[in-house]
Structure formats: structure tokens, C-alpha cells
Design a protein around this ligand. Structure first.
Ligand code: SF4
Ligand code: SF4
Length: 181
């Protein structure tokens, strides 16, 4: 999309409202998300590759779906604990970031960050379609936003690799790959 910095433009904001009370922890959302993003599509399903994670603690009747958000290179300096209706939740429980201090939202083989892309190309997110309990509700709204450049998925992955291995090593690896190709 062609854009000019500083201009306002209309943008469709896609959100998924989560009704925690309705989630029963079935994990169908994790299964379909990982299958949709498998290469080739639907060739496998592995919840570890899902961009939605369900916090499950059946003994305390806790089921909370959390979507993978932005990648971050630094972990938080301080962390919060939440007590809701008398139930205590772990420090990083609600955080959506793929972060160096935990394994959540990372592709298990490569360690690359995972981020929900709202099932790009589909008319409705598949996790929403597959949630028979109606715990996930898809919503769209239009907003005027300041134009800004956002990192594409490929750039996010490269940034993460550069932070893990160093920019020079990444450049050398890319050079070697391009020679092989
Ligand atoms: S599919 Fe729905 S009910 Fe099942 S775990 Fe996911 S959000 Fe919860
Ligand atoms: S919207 Fe699509 S990409 Fe995002 S968590 Fe749901 S199934 Fe995965």
C-alpha cells in the first residue's frame, strides 16, 4: 500500500473479543491455528506452533486464550501478578509478546517469533470459526490512524535472528545462502 508519513488514513482494525467465562479449554483454536500455518497448509498440527495459547489450569477452573502479539528483544524490568475473583495468575500469564525470557510464541524448531496474523486471506479468523463455545468473537471497526511504517513478518523474523546471532553473522549466513541458490 502506498503511504505518506504524517498523513491520516482509514484503517480496518480487526480484533477478537475473548469471553473467558465461555472458554472450556478444548484447545481447538490452537489446533486449527497451527494447522493453518503449517507448511504446506494443513499438513500437520502442533499446538506449540499456534499463535493462540490457552492458559489451562483445570484444578483452578482457569482457561484463558491469549493471542501472540509483537516480538520484543528485551524482557520486562518489572512484572505484575493478577488476582481475579480470588484466583492468582502468573506474572507473564496475560502477556502477548514473544520475549527472550520464555518459550511461548516461538516456533519450536527455529525459535523464530510467532505472531497472530488474523489468518490473512480468510474471511474470518479460523480460531473464531472453530471455537464452538463462542468464547472468541471477531470484530472489525474503522479508525483514522497516523501513518507509520510497520515491520512485516519477514522483517520481524530477521530482526529476531539478528538479535540472537548478531547482524554480522546473519549477513554472512544470507550471503552463503544466496551463493547456494
Ligand atoms: S476453541 Fe474456544 S473454548 Fe476451545 S480452548 Fe479455544 S477459546 Fe477456549
Ligand atoms: S486469528 Fe488466525 S493466526 Fe490468529 S490465533 Fe486465530 S487462527 Fe491463529
Amino acid at each position: 500500500m502506498d503511504t505518506v508519513n504524517g498523513e491520516k488514513k482509514k484503517k480496518i482494525i480487526k480484533t477478537i473479543k475473548i469471553d473467558v467465562d465461555k472458554c472450556n479449554g478444548c484447545r481447538a483454536c490452537e489446533v486449527i491455528c497451527s494447522a493453518f500455518h503449517a507448511e504446506p497448509k494443513y499438513s500437520s498440527n502442533n499446538p506449540a506452533r499456534s499463535r493462540i495459547k490457552v492458559i489451562r489450569d483445570p484444578l483452578r477452573d482457569i482457561y484463558i486464550p491469549v493471542y501472540a502479539g509483537e516480538y520484543t528483544v528485551a524482557e520486562c524490568a518489572g512484572r505484575d501478578k493478577y488476582i481475579i475473583d480470588g484466583k492468582e495468575y502468573d506474572e507473564c500469564a496475560f502477556c502477548r509478546a514473544s520475549c527472550p525470557s520464555r518459550e511461548d510464541f516461538k516456533e519450536p524448531d527455529s525459535g523464530l517469533p510467532l505472531k497472530c496474523d488474523m489468518c490473512e486471506g480468510e474471511d474470518e479468523p479460523l480460531c473464531v470459526k472453530w471455537c464452538l463455545a463462542d468464547a472468541l468473537i471477531y470484530e472489525e471497526r474503522e479508525e483514522e490512524v497516523e501513518e507509520e511504517e510497520t515491520l512485516e513478518e519477514l522483517e520481524v523474523g530477521l530482526e529476531s535472528l539478528a538479535s540472537k546471532y548478531g547482524l554480522q553473522e546473519l549477513k554472512e549466513a544470507l550471503a552463503r545462502l544466496s551463493q547456494q541458490g
